[in-house]
Design a protein around this ligand. Sequence first.
Ligand SMILES: [Zn+2]
Length: 256
Amino acid sequence: MGKLQIFQFPCRDDNYGVILHDAETGLTVSIDAPETEAIADVLEDQGLTLTNIATTHHHGDHVAGNMALKNAHSCTIVGPQAEREKIPGIDERVEHGDSVDLLGHRFNVIATGGHTLGHIAYHLPNDNLLFAGDCLFAMGCGRIFEGDAPMMHESLQRLAALPEETIVYAGHEYTLANAKFALSVDGDNEELKARARKVEYLRDDGKATLPTTIGIEKATNPFLRCGDPAIRKTLDMESATDAEVFAELRARKDRF
Ligand SMILES: [Zn+2]
């Protein structure tokens, strides 16, 4: 197992594509396939042939490139068993607790339902990497389209339980809007204030605010801070459960 090269690039309106390559095994994986052309361009620039696509969920902006890339590269598509009928070209179906070997690296599958019911994240324990799809974002979390708030809360708790140094990639650049909301409920959090300023500079320069880490999210992402006394006080929910606080935060963000 060699060290992974990671190429992150913006595509569509606000999606990120991520391509992983191990020079030792010569294998290449795309995390989701938001758009054929942007992915094909990176592969061509780097002289890579795609071995696999690892799908997080069935939304169009995560699977749009599946068939064209599969036809061009004869790659194998891995994705959630629960969404197999909605994922074009899926070959290998995985579910929570499964471990698959891609690129010669171990990918652990974590159920992260809520945004979609069958959504999964991929954790590479030996590389300290997490691909969170549309479950966890920088200072935010995915909208709940198919599941409910308790399900999404549980999913985020699973990700928050990973080591703090875990490097997190996510499906979208939503960080600036997420920071504004986070400040509205956790405005005295110094680490959050500093991060929000940094994110503004990065976006002014057109730079990516991802990846992040589990540790940074636990310190600044309100959706991972449902037990925080200051946030609870702001919401006037001091005696509520964490799941109730989460549901209120998510509802407020939807209206924000
Ligand atoms: Zn989505």
